[in-house]
Ligand binder design. Sequence first.
Ligand code: GDP
Ligand code: IMO
Ligand code: MG
Length: 429
Amino acid sequence: MANVVVVGSQWGDEGKGKIVDWLSERADVVVRYQGGHNAGHTLVIDGVSYKLSLLPSGLVRGKFSVIGNGVVVDPRHLVEEIDKLAGQGVTITPELLRIADNAPLILSVHQELDAIRENATSGLKIGTTKRGIGPAYEDKVGRRAIRVIDLAEPETLMAKIERLLTHHNALRRGMGIDEIPAQRIWDELMAVSDKVLPYVDRVWALLDERRRRGERILFEGAQGALLDNDHGTYPFVTSSNTVAGQAAPGSGLGPSAIDYVLGITKAYTTRVGEGPFPTEQDNEVGQFLGERGREFGVVTGRKRRCGWFDAVIVRQTVRTSGIHGIALTKLDVLDGLEEIRVCVGYELNGTRIDYLPASMGAQSGVKPIYESLEGWAETTAGARSWADLPAQAVKYVRRVEELIGAPVAMLSTSPEREDTILVQDPFQV
Ligand code: GDP
Ligand code: IMO
Ligand code: MG
């Protein structure tokens, strides 16, 4: 029996949604444990595309799903996303979805603050999704957040809102913008409260009970390990811990509940937003990858920055997330390239290093050291077995395994659910 954590091993958008959807057939419960609706997970089933941001990807298959306490929940977005999926024929009911009572809420004040900071001409631009993720996590850590369960206690809610606004209105006065009346937040919450409350549950207990019954839990990570607040390219990161270990505190289970960590890894590298990206190709190679890989953000529609595979960062993620095996995605995007480059180390001030340094200056100063591999002229798109892969593609995969220090457990060769090669079942390890 195994519980599996799916974690992004780069800067997000590695294809987690597709892999979670595929694996969810073998799981009993799918759990989101961090992030919020900054995520954009795409599933393609028989040509129909589903895009999920806050909801666990298992729902499309009708799997029992959970939004854990580590997630920041925008209640208005939640209602919208449930309605949007209903429009695509995916029915979501409280029998299928539970939301942790102790999850913090994203309010309009958070979204507004995120946008104000990002749009400011001075200060550090992170390139956030402007969905209020950062400010909501700040309030959680600052012990003034409104949480999901507070919706069930309207008699004390106003006092909580007022306490929260003491902080926000001081900030807003300093920025020279209008203060927010508590009534506005109250109205905003009361407008959706009845729609959210039926989903609320004691998630830590529910998951523990299911686990004891022998059910298989699939944890669905959002973002990627290089966007982790501690281990990522700080300050160009998101505001949660995105590494696999977060699956435990973000759902209320202990670390012993995690049996296998599957790192979702793109066969090249992309990044959305600002921040260091050593192997970025701001040239025809990047353009080729972007066009072939359809690299546009799900949430913001922004063009993703593209570059060669960086084995240094993935090797680091294998260690910081405790990755047992990877799902290598988008191999097909490399079809037709004569030469494929892989970054095997960095040079920093004339010295070779084999890790991404912690300092912001050093991260932007590292120069990639490349190894060149021969490409393949044949197509891998839609391949469903190893035997269908050209010899050079197999060589590429083997070299990636060697460089990152983890085996390929799964391989993805198109956006479609079934264009997936299973090498080693993560639930059976
Ligand atoms: P996530 O955030 O990690 O779930 O990834 P996104 O959904 O943001 O981005 C991945 C994109 O690549 C989506 O459009 C997927 O449909 C697509 N995709 C996933 N796997 C493959 C693959 O193996 N090949 C190709 N060509 N596209 C893929
Ligand atoms: P999925 O789950 C890629 C990036 C933003 C920005 C930084 C901080 O689809 O892989 P935030 O709004 O979180 O405060 O933004 O993190 N970012 C993502 N990049 N994929 C994601 O999610 C991301 N979620 C946030 O672009 O650089
Ligand atoms: Mg995405």
